[in-house]
Write a protein that binds this ligand. Structure first.
Ligand SMILES: [Zn+2]
Length: 491
């Protein structure tokens, strides 16, 4: 028997089967029960989230021959249900908008639509990728949507609703399909693997689910490819080998080197990843994912549901998170995201990747360079909007206003009481040495010049950065570390 791809073999059959779209399924069921089915629907959402599946289930519900009227629970066994499942029913016509996008096709559709259905209650047109229709085709479609015959229903599906003209949209009931969560996809994968009687290791399913980015179809096609290798049991290692996704151990290693401020180690870890055949963009993606996990662990704990990961991954993330703080991680993620866009079209992607990761690894050195640059001529404190947040110890960061040795006149009397009067802090090297000192010694070594002002300025800058705002909002987190420093110095 020919191999049926999993996505087809396991396509949901009823409203209750459909994964991750419960509110839509429920609404449609209610519409059927209360006899309020609209004559046109617009299903939107990314690929593989269940739009076509939902369209077929709705068609079965409207046309099932085992019942005298539309039903919320189609039998899936009658002639009509079976034909709809296969996509070749005479009354449920599936049209691919991408290839049948001309006005002639829509005119033909209009001419056929006036005839009553052959054997069922409704003639249903499912138009996939409806945004691909030409403008004349849209206009022709509009005509029939304005006064549709009672026996006709339309279900439009699109991945790009903004390209569907407003006059069409306003005549449809619109449903926005959500991306399916990785956890829901993983559950379904497990179920399928069990039914297929294929042995697998537990830590295989979540990485596949995450790679699928909310699309069940993508997840199943990844699983198809893995199954076709013939290997058993299926393992996460196999996934990395065959599908070219980053070796998780090597990515963790790179993150650790950045956390350790280890420049040589960072470069070696990049080389290690590139030698496995990964592109620079893939490495940046993998790093963003991992830094995001650390940020979640740091803000919500290693057991948080926001972290989509198995036990081992959680443990690993928990350990590595100790090397970073939230503000530093937020900075790293936003930097990596910018880097990702830059290197996509760059001919010197590798150099850019290395330079950026070194910057993350050695951020406190760069902090001081920035602070020197941001200084006003008279040693007046001035905030630097571009200076990065220190990776470690944000609460103990050195004020950006710190003057170099030669700017003696700018120092105030407060400073002369400090142990750092000799100016040791002004060299980049010292600041990284400082990070390793015990807490109270660091406090003493700090130059408190303009501390309170700089801290609140810095906090405002960080908190008001649009990228940081978005990330914090998603996490429901706030930055508190900087404020603590501020209070400490004010009191
Ligand atoms: Zn049926």
């Amino acid at each position: 028997m020919a191999y049926t791809v999993l996505a087809r073999k396991y396509r949901s059959q009823t409203f209750d089967d459909i994964i991750g779209q419960d509110p839509i399924a429920q609404t449609l069921k209610n519409a059927i029960k209360t006899d309020r089915v609209a004559h046109a629907y617009l299903f939107t959402g990314t690929r593989g989230v269940g739009k076509t599946t939902m369209a077929r289930v709705l068609s079965k519900a409207l046309n099932c021959l085992s019942f005298d009227s539309p039903t919320a629970e189609p039998c899936c066994k009658c002639e009509s249900c079976v034909a709809i499942n296969l996509g070749d029913d005479i009354d449920v016509i599936e049209i691919d908008g991408a290839t049948n996008n001309g006005v002639e096709q829509v005119r033909e559709l209009r001419q056929n639509a006036i005839y009553r259905p052959a054997r069922c209650r409704f003639k249903i047109y499912i138009i996939d990728e409806v945004h691909m229709l030409s403008v004349p085709a849209f206009n022709a479609l509009l005509k029939i949507l304005e006064e549709p015959p009672g026996h006709v229903k339309f279900i439009f599906a699109t991945t790009e609703p903004n390209k569907v003209i407003a006059t069409i949209q306003s005549r449809c009931q619109r449903f926005d399909f959500r991306n399916i969560t990785a956890t829901a996809i993983a559950e379904q994968l497990k179920l399928i693997l069990q039914q297929e009687k294929i042995k697998y290791e537990e830590d295989l399913v979540l990485p596949i689910a995450k790679m699928a980015n909310g699309s069940m179809r993508d997840a199943l096609s990844l699983l198809d490819r893995l199954i076709s290798t013939g290997a058993e049991p299926l393992t996460a290692k196999l996934l990395e080998e065959f599908l070219g996704c980053p070796n998780s151990e090597k990515v963790w290693n790179l993150v650790a080197k950045i956390g350790e401020n280890n420049a040589a180690g960072t470069l070696a870890a990049i080389e290690d990843l590139i030698s496995t055949g990964l592109s620079e963009v893939q490495i940046a993606d993998a790093l963003i994912d991992n830094m995001r996990d650390l940020m979640v662990v740091k803000s919500a704990g290693a057991e948080s549901e926001l972290l989509v990961a198995g036990a081992e991954h959680r443990k690993h993330a928990g350990e590595l998170a100790e090397m970073f703080d939230i503000a530093g991680l937020v900075y790293n993620i936003t930097t990596l995201e910018k880097l990702r866009w830059t290197i996509k079209n760059s001919e010197t992607a590798r150099a850019l990747l290395e330079a950026s990761l070194l910057r993350l690894a050695l951020s406190e050195h760069f902090l001081n360079v920035d602070s020197l640059l941001s200084q006003a001529p008279m040693g007046q404190a001035k905030s630097s909007p571009v200076s990065p947040i220190k990776k470690n110890e944000v609460t103990n960061r050195i004020p950006t206003s710190q003057p170099p040795v030669q700017s003696q006149p700018a120092r105030n009397s407060q400073q002369s009481t400090s142990e750092t009067d000799t100016g040791v802090d002004s060299t980049p090297r010292q600041s990284s040495v400082q990070a390793g000192l015990p807490q109270d010694e660091k406090q003493q070594r700090r130059t408190p010049i303009n501390q309170a002002k700089t801290s609140s300025q810095r906090k405002n800058e960080i908190v008001n950065d649009p990228a940081v705002k978005t990330v914090l909002m998603e996490l429901g987190a706030t930055i508190t570390g900087i404020e603590e420093v501020e209070n400490q110095h004010e009191t």
